[in-house]
Design a protein around this ligand. Structure first.
Ligand SMILES: NC(=O)C1=CN([C@@H]2O[C@H](COP(=O)(O)OP(=O)(O)OC[C@H]3O[C@@H](n4cnc5c(N)ncnc54)[C@H](OP(=O)(O)O)[C@@H]3O)[C@@H](O)[C@H]2O)C=CC1
Ligand SMILES: O=C(CO)COP(=O)(O)O
Length: 310
């Protein structure tokens, strides 16, 4: 809808023809965004070839599906087209960032990443927010920000692509921990402490990747961390709360996408490889894989040796 603000002919491709047909008929995604109509300029299509004329594509699929989707898209994407990654996650197994996945599968495209505090329902309602758009080429980032910004959806540009995607991926894992604290009624002070210590983990990890600290202090790092660690509207936060109330990891997502559940293991492995301590993310991964329970995780975090804050 944002892309179709003041514009027509925005193709919305989806992989399920029946879902695409329902979207075209009802002009609304009744399951995911009930009561929020599709913008008039959006044309749903199940035909991959319909993206061939596009000079800018937005990839809004689960991170673990990105490679498959981009591989299918590749024969239809024109050389020089821009592919904007909207997924927030790291590929399991390969531990590739989304920009690496897309570069491997879509070498003809220019890559950008869009990330920041932006619940789809809020954005669709026209509520104001600001996000970061990163591309290595600053001129491209500037052009895309101008193309896609609206009065209520403000894009700030960055050339720190890796920093932006790291912030978006890591905040989902940390939001699961915040949801657990909420589920166990640990209180507002604990939540604030968790956000601050989670942010310290993100900063340490970011340093090991050579990303800019300012990026992580910005919309796609701290901004999205505060949003998702503070709202039950977040599916990652809701997963944490469900785990804390005793639900099993597989059932606790309630069929919804919680990216942090897939990214946690990759994040922990990357941190270990770099000798970076990320105890909150590690606790989330250990709970998701059934190695410890929520009580043991809380106990372990509270019993960590006292040290300097940094
Ligand atoms: N929702 C939000 O508020 C925000 C989400 N994001 C990020 O965007 C990404 C997508 O999230 P969201 O849109 O909520 O997720 P959804 O679960 O709604 O999935 C998005 C779309 O991807 C489709 N899809 C799933 N698997 C595949 C596949 N293998 N091949 C092709 N299409 C597929 C889904 O179709 P179907 O379900 O019918 O299979 C759906 O149409 C995530 O990484 C998320 O972190 C970022 C900011 C905000
Ligand atoms: O990334 C998001 C908002 O910025 C959406 O968060 P969830 O995927 O946890 O719902």
């Amino acid at each position: 809808n944002v892309a179709a603000t003041g514009r027509s002919g925005v193709v919305l491709w989806g992989h399920r023809p029946e879902h695409v047909a329902a979207l075209a008929r009802e002009r609304e995604n009744r399951a995911a965004l009930p009561g929020l109509p599709l913008a008039a300029g959006v044309a749903p299509s199940a035909d991959l070839a319909s993206v061939a004329a596009a000079s800018v594509l937005l990839g809004v699929v689960p991170a673990q599906a990105m490679r498959e989707v981009v591989r299918r898209l590749a024969p239809h994407v024109s050389p020089g087209a821009v592919f904007i990654i909207c997924a927030k996650g790291i590929e399991r197994g390969t531990r590739r960032f989304m920009s690496e996945v897309v570069a491997e599968e879509l070498p003809q495209a220019q890559i950008a990443v869009l990330s920041g505090p932006s619940f789809a329902a809020d954005v669709c309602r026209g509520l104001p927010t600001a996000v970061t758009l990163a591309a290595e080429d600053e001129e491209l980032a500037r052009r895309l920000c101008e193309l896609l910004s609206t009065r209520s959806f403000r894009l700030y540009r960055s050339t720190d692509l890796r920093g932006v995607e790291l912030g978006g991926a890591a905040k989902n894992v940390l939001a699961i921990a915040a949801g657990m604290a909420e589920g166990r009624a640990l209180g507002a002070s604990a939540r604030a402490a968790l956000i601050a210590r989670g942010f310290a983990e993100l900063m340490r990890l970011g340093k090991s990747f050579g990303v800019r600290q300012e990026t992580l202090m910005g919309l796609s790092g701290l901004g999205d961390l505060v949003l998702t660690c503070g709202s039950a509207q977040s599916r990652n936060f809701a997963l944490g709360a469900a785990l804390a109330s005793g639900e099993a990891p597989l059932a606790a997502t309630h069929g919804k996408l919680a990216e942090g559940a897939f990214t946690a293991a990759a994040l922990v492995e990357m941190a270990r490889e770099r000798g970076v301590e990320i105890p909150i993310a590690e606790a989330v991964d250990a709970i998701l894989t059934g190695r410890i329970d929520v009580d043991q995780a809380i106990e372990a975090l509270l019993m960590r040796p006292l040290k300097a804050e940094a």
